[in-house]
Design a protein around this ligand. Structure first.
Ligand SMILES: [Zn+2]
Length: 579
């Protein structure tokens, strides 16, 4: 089989399975995201594949349900697609080097300087997963030693985000709790002459680092150093007047070792310490010392810290502290959804997004209101493993996990985004009972039906005179006339042609004129395209839905049939999750 044929075959299987799951009618957008989810290797060519996918969907949808089932069993659709999905279903991490059951201690050390996002989720999930695998301990340690960036609001946001994700640390602490201990280790390093107080101006330091030249402070005798050290801690220096630097090697090829800063003086309100402290360690100093003192056995961080590993161990060596194992993994962000504060903060500040929980953002608060389930995030992240390859997976690759979970718990309701009135000449009147889910026990609802329903404009446009379609779960209608106005269709005139289930006619969702409420769905799109903010990244559809939706609890997940999964945000408004 050529590779083209193989691709065609896999698409056909996905379409067939989808058609069978959706009662005989496969959906283009679901198929496309399934193709990408199950075969990430096809993603780069997905644009070229779309016409082929659409054609296969049309071909399959034109078959009778019985024929679809026959073809599916011939092609072993369920076995094959299940195998692909199951391979990713229960992903787990590779074993940890040098780990002993019962003794592993991991830590998640976020700086409380912003809202937690998908990148934090990756680190926290991996840390927790390893602690669990080895029946060990997970520490949540706020890395809060820069009062210029940190706020109480962010400690809380991180705690809430982790709680939502199902991360349960065995210990929660702040690096700032240990500030006095960190100070004493810092002093010790200067006394040992493994560090020194530097009073050079920051631009001089910068240029000496670039040139690989020592600064004069490095060679001061120990009396002068001790005097400077006292002044550093007793408040004699102003902010930016002096720093403590590691005595590395100013011509080291690894620039992270060119006498990096270990402590600086910052006059600002610290969220936990107030103004009581002015001397703060940098991450380069606090992280190794805290990891060691906290008993961390396996310290994981993203690989952009790789160059700083040598410094991590040098600090511990100088202080004769135990060395944890350091491990790296790649950062995680979705394509078109950057996590960097530099990119996101201006959007929030300038009101281009509604806040840190705007559904277009990759923050946990945003993913939550968008309808992404924590369990899907866990499965997705574990499926990525701890590879070092820097990839930006598409959001669709998370969707594949989420859809599987949402499918079981989402109410199936009807929403029409661009309503067109349909007048039925010989209607059935009264109430009908519809199931809220084809298989799960999610109850039923009564719908008051009348001689008028609304269907979507796209469906109305496609409908030709004399053509028959099925109003899903109700009856079939045949178009007699399309009444046009200047701006398009005004209404359709149809006749009811009976309830017989015909699998070869299109099935459309509808909303009854006597049982409807105005309903808005907000659809988030890619936030960035080619690195630029996408101004057209939020679409709003003001349509109509069954009035039953008003009884649904806020926060519930709904699958609007032939539209997509949504999460009910407020009364009359849902946010689109995905197709
Ligand atoms: Zn200096």
């Amino acid at each position: 089989m050529s590779s083209d044929e193989a691709i065609q075959q896999i698409i056909k299987k996905i379409v067939l399975r989808n058609a069978i799951e959706y009662g005989g009618s496969a959906k283009y957008d679901v198929v496309i995201s399934k193709v990408v989810g199950l075969r990430p290797d096809l993603r780069p060519m997905i644009k070229e594949l779309i016409p082929l996918i659409n054609k296969i969907v049309d071909d399959v949808n034109s078959l009778d349900f019985a024929d679809q089932e026959k073809m599916a069993s011939k092609l072993l659709v369920f076995q094959v697609v299940d195998k692909a999905a199951n391979r990713k279903e229960e992903p787990s991490l590779p074993p940890l080097q040098g780990a002993t059951v019962g003794e592993v201690v991991t830590r998640f050390p976020p700086e409380p300087n912003g809202y937690p996002h998908i990148g934090h989720a990756k680190a926290a999930i991996i840390d927790q997963e390893y602690a669990r695998m080895y029946e060990g301990k997970l520490i949540l340690r706020f890395d809060d030693t820069n009062p210029l960036n940190e706020k109480l609001e962010f400690y809380n946001a991180i705690k809430e985000g982790l709680e939502w994700l199902g991360i349960v640390p065995d210990l929660i602490k702040n690096a700032s709790d240990d500030i006095k201990i960190l100070h004493s280790y810092g002093r010790r390093m200067v006394i040992k002459e493994d560090a020194y107080v530097c009073t050079c101006k920051s631009d001089e330091i910068h240029s000496m680092r670039a040139k690989g030249v020592d600064c004069p402070c490095r060679t001061l005798d120990s009396n002068d150093q001790m005097e400077r050290l006292e002044k550093f801690f007793d408040g004699s220096f102003e902010q930016n007047e002096a720093i403590i630097r590691f005595r590395g090697n100013m011509s080291d090829l690894n620039t992270a070792m060119r006498d990096p800063t270990l402590f600086r003086i910052i006059d600002a309100d610290h969220p936990k310490l107030g103004r009581s402290i002015r001397v703060f360690p940098t991450y380069d100093f606090a992280a190794p010392v805290e990891d060691s003192l906290d008993g961390v056995t396996h310290a994981m961080r993203t690989k952009e810290y790789e160059l700083r590993n040598a410094l991590y161990f040098s600090v511990l060596k100088s202080l004769c502290l135990r060395q944890p194992k350091l491990m790296e993994f790649s950062r995680l962000e979705f394509e078109g959804m950057p996590v960097s504060k530099r990119k996101l903060k201006p959007l929030v500040q300038d009101g281009l997004v509604a806040g840190w929980d705007d559904p277009r953002l990759p923050t946990l608060a945003a993913l939550k209101i968008r309808g992404v389930l924590p369990e899907a995030i866990h499965k997705f992240i574990l499926s990525l493993g701890i590879s070092l390859a820097d990839t930006k997976p598409p959001f669709e690759s998370l969707e594949a996990y989420n859809r599987k979970l949402l499918d079981k718990i989402s109410l199936r309701l009807f929403f029409v985004k661009h309503p067109v009135e349909v007048r039925i000449r010989n209607p059935i009147l009264g109430k009908i009972e519809l199931k809220n889910h084809p298989t799960a026990q999610l109850g039923t609802r009564n719908v008051q039906i009348s001689d008028r329903v609304y269907i979507d404009r796209a469906d109305a446009d496609r409908l030709a005179r004399g053509q028959e379609i099925r109003l899903m779960e109700m009856y079939n209608i045949q178009l007699e006339d399309k009444i046009q106005e200047e701006n398009g269709i005004d209404h359709l005139r149809v006749i009811n042609t009976g309830q017989e289930i015909k699998t070869n006619i299109p099935k459309v969702q509808w909303v009854s004129n006597d049982d409807m409420v105005p309903f808005t769905v907000i659809v988030p799109d890619k936030l960035f395209i080619n690195g630029e903010f996408n101004k057209d990244s939020l679409h709003t559809y003001n349509g109509i839905a069954e009035s039953y939706v008003s009884k649904v609890q806020l926060g519930s997940h709904i699958q609007f049939v032939r539209f997509g999964f949504c999460r009910l945000q407020t009364n009359g408004v849902a946010i689109y999750t995905h197709g």
